[in-house]
Design a protein. Structure first.
Length: 355
């Protein structure tokens, strides 16, 4: 029962025979992924090396356009990625690389947006991931003009509705526990609410650091999982080696959710806050009513550079691996979890057994 653009629904129609939703994976992704995973864009962490390795390994790789500095570097990075993926495809026609994505921060403060979108349009970047504000019609129209997709990240049903009104092709639900800026909602709450209005591509994020969690995300109704933190601890990530090691050494209790460093709530590693001379368990709450926000901003340590972002899933990350080995590991975890599902469901696996 389609009621609007981009698969906006009144109620989600299920297949009469199987009781499942039709698979809404866009054509661009069909047959191109080894696992239902997007490597999420991370400020200062994701560069072309990470993206190339992720796409070669069979998952979508992505980076924030703002990581390419100065802005002319964006075109160099895109050419580097395109060349590397074309070479991979020529050498391995039986397992072509996954498509890649560029993240655009849609916010008045991003003075590069117009330039960066023009470069993405020229290079026909397969997927544009927009964050912070819903994408303006120009961004969506530019991507659609060459058959590109726009996925937008949201933390609430209201944001999801606004993004769908803007004509995006998919929604990324940034749920509790996600690294970097994250919403407060449990995926068990937000995903079903979004599914009531949208049967298009839904991508889930928040502490998804294992193959088992990827499977769980799809069991909950997501089409793809969005994984950032797991890829900080890879050889190809641009994170400081101490940052990678901190991701390996920490567990969920070492993550703090605070608006202190960027003005927006996000998850950060407590040891990096302590290293910057602050008490992570007694952070001041920024007073938006009084604050001279810009002055405060200068006097606090810089988010991302000094204060390192990571999600609550850090406790499942045990080593720093090349991306190829990391994705092998995620696939092994995913398949093991799939095989074990029957046993996990136990007496509830079939209706007859439960009766
Ligand atoms: C260090 C770091 C930097 C991030 N930078 C960005 C960014 O520039 N743009 C963006 O849309 N999301 C950014 N994110 C959020 C991720 O894209 C994604 O939502 C998140 O990593 C998913 O949760 P997980 O880390 O628990 O897997 C960042 C996350 C981290 C950990």
């Amino acid at each position: 029962m389609l009621a609007g653009p981009a698969g906006l629904l009144q109620t989600v129609a299920l297949d009469a025979e199987t009781g499942t939703r039709p698979m809404p994976l866009p054509e661009l992704l069909k047959g191109r992924l080894r696992l239902p995973v997007i490597g999420a864009p991370m400020f200062l962490v994701s560069g072309p090396e990470l993206v190339i390795a992720q796409c070669r390994a069979g998952i979508v790789g992505s980076f924030p356009a703002l990581n390419a500095r100065p802005q002319d570097v964006l075109e160099e990075w895109l050419a580097q990625i395109e060349d590397a993926l074309a070479q991979h495809d020529a050498a391995h026609p039986e397992r072509p690389a996954a498509p890649f994505a560029v993240n655009q921060i849609v916010h008045g403060s991003n003075e590069r947006l117009e330039h960066d979108m023009a470069v993405c349009l020229k290079h026909r970047v397969p997927i544009i991931i927009t964050s912070l504000r819903p994408p303006n019609p120009d961004v969506v129209a530019a991507a659609h003009s060459y058959g590109g997709l726009v996925f937008h990240d949201v933390i609430s049903l209201r944001h999801a509705e606004k993004a769908l009104e803007g004509g995006v092709d998919g929604l990324i639900l940034v749920c509790a526990g996600a690294g970097g800026h994250a919403g407060p909602l449990s995926p068990f709450a937000l995903l079903p609410e979004v599914r009531r209005i949208f049967d298009g591509t839904v991508i889930l994020s928040g502490a998804i650091t294992t193959g088992r969690a990827v499977l769980a995300a799809t069991a909950l109704g997501a089409d793809l999982a969005y994984m950032g933190t797991r890829f900080i601890a890879t050889e190809e990530s641009r994170a400081d080696p101490r940052y990678k090691q901190m991701v390996v050494d920490t567990t969920a209790k070492d993550i703090v959710y605070t608006p202190m460093f960027s003005g927006v709530h996000g998850n950060y590693l407590k040891p990096s806050i302590a290293a910057a001379g602050l008490d992570p368990d007694n952070l001041p709450v920024p007073d938006k009513t009084k604050a001279d926000y810009k002055t405060n901003r200068r006097s606090r340590p810089a988010a991302w550079r000094d204060i390192w972002g990571a999600g609550q899933g850090v406790g499942s990350i045990d080593s720093i691996l090349p991306v190829a080995a990391c994705v092998d590991c995620i696939e092994a975890e995913y398949r093991a979890a799939l095989d074990a599902l029957g046993a996990v469901a136990g007496p509830f696996a079939t209706r007859a057994a439960a009766e």
